[in-house]
Design a binder for this molecule. Structure first.
Ligand SMILES: *[C@@H]1O[C@H](CO)[C@@H](O)[C@H](O)[C@H]1NC(C)=O
Ligand SMILES: *[C@@H]1O[C@H](CO)[C@@H](O)[C@H](O)[C@H]1NC(C)=O
Length: 253
């Protein structure tokens, strides 16, 4: 596979960001940022730092939170930034992050995840996925490297981490324990693996996210490959790669 083709598989997303400039994401995030939960976090930060509320921008609230989060996760340090947020407040900040990704990369908009249908088809077209399971295979392992922003739409297209309700500005409480949990599902170095197993009762396909097996919607952790093909029957013949790749040649990524 040529470098150009690889790039078109993994970098299709930039084009969508450019074209859509996803208004709904901005709306939901803005509504949440101006809503009661976030205002409380903002107010307490202002009280603790003894700086007037109006003088602390939302960007600064976020910066303080991410300084704490990054230094904690990368260096294992609990820095003074972390003292500015209690657990409940950190959950609010975390929701703001997931909310944005939900609308920009996830279930919020069909175009977000349909954009990864190119990658989806690439996966299911790998030998031996699409051949009559003939062995020996010429390509035992196929590795592709990309951004979390590429992985979220693909996981979404596969139906992974979909909660019962959508993530909206006004349902933080209902989403306190949500499957769409980006710090867990797509941390700094996330990975999605699809493994085809030859079992006595037929071929079985198992998806793993960050090495942990995940169940596809309505199926077990390692369903028969035939069941997987049934689950994605529409996508397997349906999504129009060209349409979703449109305009790619005009980006410089
Ligand atoms: C808050 O902002 C106002 C208006 O920009 C400014 O005059 C004031 O000095 C600021 N106060 C603090 C504590 O930064
Ligand atoms: C996300 O996953 C992490 C790690 O398992 C967990 O600590 C956290 O509570 C989860 N967040 C939500 C909103 O479910």
């Amino acid at each position: 596979m040529s470098l150009q083709k690889d790039i078109s598989l993994l970098c299709f997303l930039k084009m969508f960001v450019l074209l859509l400039n996803n208004k709904e994401a901005v709306v939901q995030v803005t509504l949440f940022e101006e809503g009661p939960e976030m205002s409380k976090v903002h107010q307490r930060l202002s009280d603790q730092l003894q700086i007037p509320y109006a003088n602390i921008t939302l960007g600064s609230v976020e910066a303080a939170y991410y300084l704490c989060a990054y230094e904690f996760s990368i260096l294992g340090l609990v820095t003074p930034w972390c003292k500015l947020f209690d657990r409940a407040e950190a959950q609010v900040m975390d929701y703001a992050g997931d909310l944005g990704l939900y609308w920009k990369r996830g279930y919020g908009h069909e175009v977000n995840y349909m954009s990864s249908c190119v990658l989806f088809h690439n996966l299911f077209n790998l030998q031996p996925f699409n051949k009559d399971y003939s062995f020996p295979v010429s390509e035992v392992v196929n590795v592709q490297v990309g951004h979390a922003e590429t992985l979220i739409p693909l996981m979404t297209l596969l139906g992974l981490f979909k909660g019962k309700i959508s993530l909206d500005a006004n349902n933080f409480a209902e989403n306190l324990h949500r499957p769409f949990n980006c710090s867990k599902n797509v941390p700094f170095a996330a990975n999605l693996m699809a493994a085809l197993w030859s079992c006595p009762d037929g071929f079985r396909l198992q998806f793993r996210v960050n090495e942990n097996p995940v169940a596809l919607p309505g199926l077990s952790y390692s369903p028969l490959y035939e069941e997987v093909k049934k689950l994605y029957a529409d996508l397997l013949q349906g999504c129009n790669e060209e349409e979703y790749q449109l305009g790619l040649q005009h980006t410089d990524w």
